[in-house]
Design a protein around this ligand. Sequence first.
Ligand code: 9MR
Length: 590
Amino acid sequence: MQNYFEPFSFSINMKDYRFRRTFVFLASAVLFLADSCVDPATPFANEYTPNIRLNQIGYYPTAVKKATVLQGEGKEEFKIVDKYKMEVIHTGKLSQPHDWDLAGETARVADFSSIKDAGTYMILVEGLGYSYPFEIRNSVLDSTFLGSIKGLYYQRMGIALREEHAGQWQRPMAHSDDSVLYHPSSGRTKGSLSSPGGWYDAGDYNKYVVNGSFPLGQLFLLEEQYPGIIEDKELVIPESGNGISDYLDELRYEMDWLLTMQDTDGGLFHKLTTKNFEPMVMPHEATGQRYIVGKGTAATLDFSACAAQAYRIFREQDADYAAKCLEASKRAYAWALKNPQIEFVNPLDISTGQYGDTNFDDEWFWADAELFITTKNPSYLDHLNTDSIDFTFKPAESWTGYMRFLGMFSLLENREVVPPDLYQRLRSGIMGSANVLVEKAKKLDYFQPIDDFHWGSNSDVLNAAMIMAQAYRLEKKEEYLVGVQQAMDYVLGHNAMGLSYLTGFGDKTPMFIHHRQSAADGIPEPVPGLLSGGPNSRLQDTVGGAVYPKNPAPMKSWVDQEPSYASNEICLNWNAPMTYVLGFLEQESK
Ligand code: 9MR
């Protein structure tokens, strides 16, 4: 969590809370009379009001900048205060109050887009107090971007996290996975598989091929679009200093694991897991027997797609490794051709994440697209099913449907190999999809594009933002960029919970995520850089002990409680679009 530097606080009397309240009140009254008055009472952290919601990290100078003010009845004005000079630099009018149904709130909007000078500011509303401080500057999301990638490092298994890389979240080696038993559902009855490394999927300690490939696909896209976005030594990970981008090193840690999950016949085992979720203990204390479980079409095609991408991503650094990925991708694809409809369903004795899917059209689309781009072999293009392309983004599709978008993004990115008519069709489809999202975000609560809040809703907001980001890359229309920025504002604090959902980034962030290490390590702060799933109006975790207020509004269906796996877990496929969108904004918003 951040430290608050209080250069202008009076050291003796300011420690008295009641005095400070009175002082702030009086100072506010003076400010009301004289806009440019200097108020020496920089508020303490516990005095920021939760009733002014905004991006708690900050805004780019040229961005549209909005905050939402609650309980502002009768208050017409807001002020922007320079945090360190304690000077009012701007007075603006709040919008008329309006009801937001998804948020269950009556809100007024403070638009301070005209403030462009770099600085650290707060919003002051008389009678409410000060907002959390925020910055305005170029590259304002730089450390948040690095933090969300570093979150992936903290999910590594099979190595100890050492203090020099992990600080207080260091932990011993766990889950070597060098001799994992086959479960009968894998098609094998004896022997074991060496399948070390990779990232823990989420708050649990298992690893899933579908949900390893999907996030890698999103993370690879960022590198393909903005090559070298992270350099060596930026993340402080074990490979830092090896002359290769830390981003590629981190992604390879997961890719290496995925490669081990390919069976000799080319198919991919579905997951590596215990039979049931482990208790809330540290990784090295979670010693339940692990198994290689299932083999199916979705896992195999997702792997095939991301391994074909991996060829393009790694070929400059390591041609042999890239070739290995491509060869594995082709073998997986060949297996899927022979086994086009093998659905994975949890065996009766396994209750961990299913990542089930019944329709493989989007997995085919993604694999065909990536293999075609990488190999230029027309057979993949011939197989690409363009008749049924659905450009409409739907909340909660996630790993069951978003793969088609990943295929489209890559095809649009590699225009030179794509037939012009297909390119035009994809281009107008993605722009159309983005236009719908932009229009929704103009009207919806907190100016984000989602109107139905499911498990992992923050990733829906970000996956939708990725579509608007692609539209912006195709045509530099400002409203696409604004759509992406406002989606990020939502995730970083401009939302109905008034909290930045990325652990450790912002003044108010989740403290009790459903994450076994964070629950068990005895450290008050959770592991940083992990994205909480977000509001989920289905409340499936009340059976697991999560306690919600009565009938929460959809956008308020979130609780900061460890048992809340349906609202407050973290997951790879939520961090991945977070990283993508942060990286995109850092590149495009300067
Ligand atoms: O994100 C998944 C959500 O859509 C499902 O409804 C839920 C129950 O199957 O599972 C979620 O994914 C979890 C996975 O199954 C296991 N690791 C943690 C994932 C995030 O909660």
